[in-house]
Design a binder for this molecule. Structure first.
Ligand SMILES: [Mg+2]
Length: 215
């Protein structure tokens, strides 16, 4: 009998990638295209991690579908203008892979957009699976994590994220939770969810995950 692959699940935006400026710019661009006053950077930032439709509904419920269309046309042409992997992330992914772990992304972005984004950043080879949220409940529901693990036939060990939704989803999926403070929510906010680790980097994650025995 073979044991399932041990897998680490990562949130994408804000966690693996510093992607907020490009998301905010595309979000605001859609308002400008319609001649509407765009929300401020801070107003957009506060909602990142929610589905796009929900974000637009907060500001212009009567224009949600048009704004989403404008965003989805603009964002892929501009999503790596400023977005980059966070410092040290690629090295940590390589190290974990080398130690025998599988690596998955679980994001609230739609899967097609998430994969195009990861590919444009050149990060696809560092990951085993990129799972987006396509018409099922988004984080904090655990569904996107369950789907990622099912796609790999894997057992999840840790959920790594930058928001309370990531921590709640990870816990609901039965994973240990690792909050990074370099993303969209600050340490004080993240502490309210009592994650198993609350860290300014991924160093402790590596300490928790020694090389797996070769089978
Ligand atoms: Mg995030």
């Amino acid at each position: 009998m073979t044991s399932p692959h041990k897998t680490i699940v990562f949130d994408l935006d804000g966690t693996l990638v510093d992607s907020l400026p490009d998301i905010i710019a595309s979000f605001q661009h859609a308002f400008a295209s319609l001649g509407l006053k765009a929300p401020t950077d801070e107003e957009v930032r506060a909602l990142i991690g929610e589905p796009l439709e929900d974000m637009y509904a907060r500001f212009a419920p009567e224009h949600v579908s048009t704004l989403c269309d404008l965003y989805r046309e603009h964002y892929p042409r501009n999503f790596v203008n400023r977005s980059r992997p966070n410092p040290g992330v690629i090295e940590v992914l390589r190290t974990l892979r080398g130690r025998g772990y599988k690596l998955a992304v679980a994001t609230t972005k739609r899967t097609d957009m998430a994969r195009r984004f990861v590919e444009a950043l050149g990060m696809m080879p560092a990951l085993d699976h990129v799972q987006g949220t396509d018409g099922f409940p988004h984080k904090p529901a655990p569904d996107v994590i369950h789907r990622a693990l099912a796609a790999l036939g894997a057992e999840g060990l840790w959920m790594v994220g930058d928001t309370l939704n990531d921590m709640e989803a990870g816990r609901a999926a039965g994973l240990r939770t690792y909050a990074v403070t370099w993303g969209n929510q600050d340490a004080e906010t993240l502490a309210t969810s009592a994650p198993d680790e609350l860290q300014p980097d991924l160093g402790r994650l590596l300490e928790h995950l020694p090389p797996l025995p070769r089978v």
